[in-house]
Design a protein around this ligand. Structure first.
Ligand code: ADP
Ligand code: MG
Length: 713
């Protein structure tokens, strides 16, 4: 029912509610949940009031009323003959027998003055704040003391919800109190129309309260326990249907027989495997076996490969690609940046040498002639592995028979792009897909972004790695840092010095990089030391030349912007200096640190910061010094950034938007919801059982329509 027909609303307020809060029906109003609650169920003693408390309720008697004019001038206390338009402030002293407190008013003074007569008792409600050495409440809500209110406060009065609001709503008289009244009216009018959206047996199995109870109590909780149950139920439901729809797709796909069949390992794989420069780790072998099984299953593979920085995902990618090639198909490997695509290509070229398989590189900066040649080779099938950036997604890239698409991604790489690769195959069957996350992302986010994928984890680093020691330092320590760098270089090691590049076009960032590079070149003079500088403003060939100098060991120091963040591999580098480390996010810091500690030498990461840091920056630096575990860091990162920042993620990658649940905070509920969804689908993959009718119906609702990525063109 339209919101304007709710008593007390009408067309004008309805229009405003629509515009400001996107509420057009009574149902919408009931689905707008409070973001906070005010507890009016008990009184606080004045002597117990603290400024860090949220809202408190005080029952107290008025002692005296002071009026102040401009410049804090005291005015007649009785108020008789006072011109109220000259009064700037009214201070009302009250006592509850345990202490005294001041209630302060700057507005509505005349009216309050009439009401708050000395000797009378009231209920005051508001947020305690510190003023000087005392605690007061500014503009408390004031209620006369009635038997009814006392009883309510005494015996489990309900908590009141606080709803999102805007200036315009307040100006139109839609205050918190009015919202509460509207919601109350809406509950009476429309709650009966809400049909239970979870099957009875799910409620029972998962210990959930019914929908009506949940909606009533999310708005007007009977008590704290009821509120918790209501929240749990609503969050569970949201996460449950999200997981159900993701998992359903996974089940459907795993039952479909449209996967490209790759029955053998093939000669290319074997030749490459025999000449690997090192034995694979146990984890790498396991993952390759999993992939191998997928490829010969007849079902399309959709697998996520998670592995911390430096765990050796590239090798897995290459060997998987070789299986596809051994079965007569092409493969592509897509990287998030040009530098990384180039490095992949080089490494792969080396490893491919004994196999005779032809690979090519395609990036945004490939020249027209090269491009044409690559397009040609891809189309006629003479090129078997194509490595590149987003350029691979362009329409004019047509494969003869793409069998496997590998995406080496940073977590910003969206599902949309994933889906575009699926349509790159001209054989009319979707290629197998392997997504590799370069950064561990929080598990809850992974379950949602990649909830439809099978997951493999590389949980073992190649042998001989030593932990990276992480140190926090400020400017005063710079001479010591430089000495330390000299020692390391004398031992034959190499050093990264990284500057933040938050914004490619930001001049300041380049200035600090250039100043920093100059300082380094002064303190580490040529020819004793060789410094290479790499940043995004350089021509590609210059960039490549400098990068190569460092990779090949001709330069001792690489001064760079965070372009090296993703994947550069220089095992001889043992020191990573991160300048202005407070400006980097946790996952970026972790990525950067992952650039060292790849060889067998002890490595160091030095986080240089200013003295002044925000609380969050400080926490990030502490965490970095405390742990090297990427998953731990990712979870912490998400907790710190909170749901606010997640909204950005939702837009960029999440298949549906969440109303009440938070991926940052509700990991446990997410687990429970996913387990429940999984067990239901295991028993009834198509949801055709009678008892699952409701699930099928709910899944068809727009809000749960997760895109079927394989069908997006
Ligand atoms: P990431 O998972 O971060 O992409 P890479 O694939 O870049 O990691 O591998 C990191 C480094 O470890 C590379 O130098 C690679 O050659 C090396 N490496 C990979 N697998 C092994 C292994 N099994 N034994 C020793 N070194 C390995
Ligand atoms: Mg990598």
């Amino acid at each position: 029912m339209e919101i304007q027909f709710l008593p007390g609303v009408g067309p004008k307020r309805a229009a405003l509610l629509q515009k400001e809060l996107n509420i057009s029906t009574i149902e919408d109003l009931l689905r707008l949940y409070p973001f906070r609650y005010i507890d009016k169920s008990s009184f606080t003693r004045i002597c117990d009031a603290r400024p860090d408390m949220a809202y408190i309720q005080i029952r107290a008697k008025v002692l005296r009323v002071d009026l102040y004019g401009a410049g804090q001038q005291t005015m007649a206390q009785s108020g008789e003959g006072v011109k109220f338009n000259t009064v700037k402030r009214m201070s009302v002293w009250v006592t509850d027998g345990y202490g005294e407190m001041e209630m302060v008013f700057f507005k509505g003074i005349k009216w309050m003055h009439e009401k708050l007569k000395p000797g009378l008792e009231f209920i005051f409600f508001g947020k305690p704040t510190v003023f000087g050495t005392k605690i007061n409440i500014v503009h408390p809500e004031v209620d006369t003391l009635t038997a009814e209110k006392l009883q309510m406060a005494g015996a489990g009065a309900r908590m009141t919800g606080v709803y999102p609001s805007t200036e315009k709503l307040k100006n139109a008289g839609i205050t918190g109190k009015v919202m509460n009244k509207m919601v109350d009216a809406a509950l009476n009018k429309a709650l009966g129309d809400f049909e239970e959206s979870l099957p009875e047996y799910v409620l029972r199995q998962c210990g959930l309260v019914p929908l009506h109870f949940a909606i009533r109590n999310i708005h007007f909780p009977q008590d704290a326990a009821a509120l918790e149950k209501a929240k749990y139920r609503l969050k569970f439901e949201e996460l449950f249907y999200l997981q159900l729809s993701l998992l359903k797709q996974k089940y459907i796909r795993s039952r479909a027989d449209n996967g490209i069949m790759m029955p053998k390992v093939g000669e290319a794989f074997n030749k490459c495997y025999e000449s690997l420069p090192f034995p694979l780790t146990g984890a790498q072998k396991c993952v390759i076996t999993e992939i191998r099984n997928d490829l010969k299953s007849g079902h399309q593979m959709n697998r996520l490969l998670q592995g911390d920085v430096g765990s050796g995902k590239t090798m897995v990618a290459l060997l998987s690609a070789l299986i596809a090639i051994g079965n007569g198909y092409q493969a592509c490997i897509m990287a998030p940046t040009e530098v990384l695509a180039q490095q992949h290509f080089k490494n792969i070229q080396k490893l491919l040498a004994p196999t005779g398989v032809r690979a090519a590189l395609l990036t945004g900066s490939s020249k027209t002639a090269e491009r044409r040649e690559v397009h040609q080779g891809i189309e006629d099938g003479s090129i078997c592995i194509l490595v590149g950036t987003h350029a691979l997604l362009e329409d004019n890239v047509v494969f003869r028979n793409l069998g496997l698409a590998i995406i080496d991604e940073q977590h910003r790489f969206g599902v949309e792009q994933r889906s575009r690769l699926w349509n790159k195959s001209s054989v009319g069957v979707p290629p197998h897909v392997l997504v590799m996350t370069a950064t561990p992302i929080p598990r809850t986010l992974a379950m949602t972004l990649y909830g439809d994928l099978d997951v493999s984890v590389i949980d073992e680093l190649p042998p001989g790695r030593k932990p990276v020691q992480t140190i926090h330092a400020t400017e005063g320590k710079r001479p010591a840092l430089y000495n330390f760098m000299r020692e390391q270089i004398a031992l034959g090691r190499q050093v990264f010095v990284v500057y933040p590049l938050i914004n490619e076009t930001e001049k300041l960032d380049y200035q600090s990089l250039e100043a920093g590079a100059e300082d380094i070149m002064n303190k580490f003079p040529f020819p004793d030391y060789k410094t290479a500088v790499v940043h995004g403003k350089q021509q590609n060939d210059v960039k490549q030349f400098n990068m190569d100098a460092f990779v090949a060991g001709r330069a001792n120091i690489l001064v760079a912007t965070s372009v090296i963040e993703v994947g550069v591999d220089v095992p001889n580098a043992s020191v990573m200096v991160i300048e202005s480390a407070e400006r980097f996010g946790l996952s970026q810091l972790h990525q950067l640190r992952g650039r060292v500690g790849r060889g067998s030498e002890k490595s160091y990461c030095v986080l240089m910061t200013g003295h002044k840091m925000s609380k969050e920056s400080k926490r990030r630096i502490e965490l970095m010094c405390a742990t090297e575990n990427g998953f731990e860091l990712a979870d912490e990162d998400m907790k710190m950034r909170g749901p606010g920042d997640l909204e950005g993620t939702q837009q960029s990658g999440l298949p549906i938007s969440l109303n009440i649940a938070s991926l940052a905070k509700d990991g446990l509920i997410l687990n429970a919801a996913r387990d429940c969804a999984d067990s239901i689908l295991k028993a009834d993959p198509t949801l055709h059982d009678d008892k699952n009718q409701l699930l099928r119906k709910e899944l068809r609702k727009d809000k749960y329509q997760v895109k079927d990525y394989s069908k997006i063109s």
